[in-house]
Design a protein around this ligand. Sequence first.
Ligand code: ATP
Ligand code: MG
Length: 676
Amino acid sequence: MSQIAGAPDLEREEGAGAEAVLAQLDDEQRAAAQAVSGPVCILAGAGTGKTRTITHRIAYGVHTGVFVPEQVLAVTFTARAAGELRARLAGLGVGGVQARTFHAAAMRQLRYFAPRVLGGPMPGLIENKLRVVASAASRSRLSTDRTSLRDLASEIEWAKTTLATPDDYPARAQAAGREPPFEPAVVAQVYAGYESAKQRDGALDFEDLLLVTAFALEEHPDVARQVRAQYRHFVVDEYQDVNPLQQRLLDAWLGGRADVCVVGDPNQTIYSFTGADPDYLLGFADRYPDAEVVKLERDYRSTPQVVALANKLIGQAPPRKGLPGLRLLGQRPEGPAPRFFEHPDEPAEAAAVAQACRALIEAGTPAAEIAVLFRINAQSEVYENALSAAGVPYVLKGGERFFERPEVREAVLLLRGAAAGGSEPGALVPTVRDVLASTGWAEHRPPPGGAARDRWQSLAALVDLAVDLVAETPTLDLAGFVAHLAARADAQHAPTVQGVTLASMHAAKGLEWDAVFVVGLVDGVVPIAQSLSRPEAVEEERRLLYVAVTRAREQLTLSWSLARNPGGRRTRPRSRFLTGLVPESTPSAAPAPRKAKRAKVVLEGEAGELFERLRVWRSETAASASVPAYVVFTDATLQAIAESRPASLRELAALPGIGSRKLELYGEGVLATVGS
Ligand code: ATP
Ligand code: MG
């Protein structure tokens, strides 16, 4: 097979390489890496080195000549993860191995075999289903909007990944507790219409790509022979997330062979709602009775303190059939105990997190080594705001920034239009509600469907923001609110390279940071309200929190707030998952008024005088633009200006909290105040 393996000189060198690869693993990891042929299953918890083990196993197989690199196919679920696999393999001196997502691997094969199995070149790919779903929906005489179309598309994707036909859909959807945007029979009709429209156009969607590739292998012996001769060794990372469609393709690749290594953590299954099924991982040893099953328990990522919390959290889950106990043993030196904070309201919680991020950065933790993790994307707004106000740069992962979301852009346009018609002071909140109601938004009725709920929550966040600002500035009117939104959108548009990561818990999977803040831990958010009626959905929420806490290497902070808005009723119970984890003496952030929580700036001498002059300039500037003072600059930014006394726009631009738009609006004013 391998030409290289026959060359005696190289063989010796390869032997040395193989030893070096094994030396980087612990005993159990090494056992898995050495099991290069035959079925292997690594069932292990977070941070135990699963990804490390599979890359080393491949390297070991290549170095010992058992694997020809080009015959290894490593698959995973995201392009980022596939890139990570390739980078780690390159680091181990292994080239030529295919490390791809299921989609990328299928695409490559189908493109090659299309003339043979489809009778022509590769069909066009539908990257976004919405247009085709819309035409199928209108053919079914459904009245839809962008949001219900997105939810219809999600239902079709779920059906296709679980291999449900339109006829199967209603019963399967009901059994799985789906929340379709229309009656299941109607969704089934749209699904059927979508499939025929696609066929008429001769196009394929992403699910078809996998399905057609599986068919090609299942039904064309010549194709199967060729693909199976090319790929002899298969590896799957994050296997707990495999769905029936991907499994079918994997089976087609294998064609009855057993040279497959799967790696996963059943406690990190967080995609059941899109069709993933951890039973493939848990049932692997039943499907392959001679499988080498390896358990890893040593956690190399997190301190024993973080590991203890993770163990306790997942230990409270009811036992699942076939689920082995996967306790983690922390390997790192001792670290600080995880911290828990209760706050009076969400803005106060966000302000405290932003201050803590700032303190960490000032003490030397790089911003990129800090993450703030939340359950739903709508929660990002209050953190985007608090971090901007504290002058802390941030990057948002796996979601659109609040002011870039289509529903928020549309709402801001409507509010601006309403403000142009004049506005009454003292009626801001009801006016904002009225304007949003004109888009169909109804305050007390979050609609069914994931996309619909996301949209509803973004708009609710705008109302919350109005409530929050009125608490600070009771005279704020609609024009002032619109100016505030514009200023904030500008501040948050500033592109950032190095920043604190703001991410949903889902988007954080597989990643790690030195310091992690897990926020918004109230019942109804974690676990999320719509999961509460189904125990298995609540358990998926617990696993999601487990994923979140196991991202922390050293510092872990968990927090919640009793009310949503300042001045609101403080009745929200903290997440049920924290029971038994929170020490009795949980420090609650003082329920003092929010103003008192802003750090008071004390500057001596000349800097102190300049700071006061800057404050006067800021009040005048804010008043003439009808915006709250901190929209112009926060105290932290004024402090930085007072301390560094910039003499030019360029020096000013180098300070935190000053983007190009602020420079343009206020730069000259600041320089004049500094120079006066
Ligand atoms: P997750 O479940 O979150 O995906 P994982 O099991 O894939 O985690 P890795 O990302 O491979 O874990 O490893 C976690 C961290 O521990 C990484 O920084 C990795 O380099 C380190 N690590 C793993 N095994 C060892 C080892 N034997 N010696 C030293 N460091 C290790
Ligand atoms: Mg991993």
